[in-house]
Design a protein around this ligand. Structure first.
Ligand SMILES: Nc1ncnc2c1ncn2[C@@H]1O[C@H](COP(=O)(O)OP(=O)(O)OP(=O)(O)O)[C@@H](O)[C@H]1O
Length: 139
């Protein structure tokens, strides 16, 4: 296994409810190192760019409205096998199907307001990290 990076965002529902600290604690306790972190507010257009891959899905408009409804906390994380291990840590998209001990089981409210995002491939982790952070911030 090689050390690599993934990208995550704590989503507006979790930030608004004051769950960011507990979520970051779960992430660090699972062995991830924070490479880059900030608080940000997406416009609806920018949320639409981030989720452009879903632009034909019926939930796309609602998703863009939700993702721009409040502050988010984007982060780049580093660990051995980061992308796959992080997907395991966050759990299923639908919290009703998320396993015990996962971030979504503990904090997600619904399939849409599901507390956290995690990249699904090394390539997307790089694209998504670059979406939020300049090169000099990724150390
Ligand atoms: N059926 C749905 N209804 C409403 N929102 C949905 C639905 N499916 C997905 N979403 C929203 O769109 C996001 C992206 O969907 P995707 O299928 O890529 O899930 P994911 O990979 O688990 O989530 P993410 O990409 O945020 O990590 C989901 O996290 C969720 O917020």
């Amino acid at each position: 296994m090689t050390t690599n990076r993934t990208f995550t965002m704590i989503k507006p529902d979790a930030v608004a409810e004051g769950n960011s600290g507990a979520i970051i604690q779960m992430i660090e306790e699972a062995g991830f190192r924070i490479v880059a972190v900030k608080k940000a507010l997406l416009t609806k257009e920018r949320a639409g760019q981030f989720y452009a891959v879903h632009s034909e899905r019926p939930f796309y408009n609602d998703l863009c409205a939700y993702m721009s409804s409040g502050a988010i906390i984007p982060m780049i994380l580093e660990k051995d096998n980061a992308v796959a291990d992080f997907r395991k840590l966050i759990g299923a998209t639908n919290p009703a199907q998320a396993e015990e001990g996962t971030i979504r089981k503990r904090f997600a409210k619904s399939i849409e307001a599901n507390a956290i995002h995690g990249s699904d491939s090394d390539d997307n982790a790089k694209i998504e990290g670059d979406f939020f952070f300049a090169g000099i911030e990724q150390f």
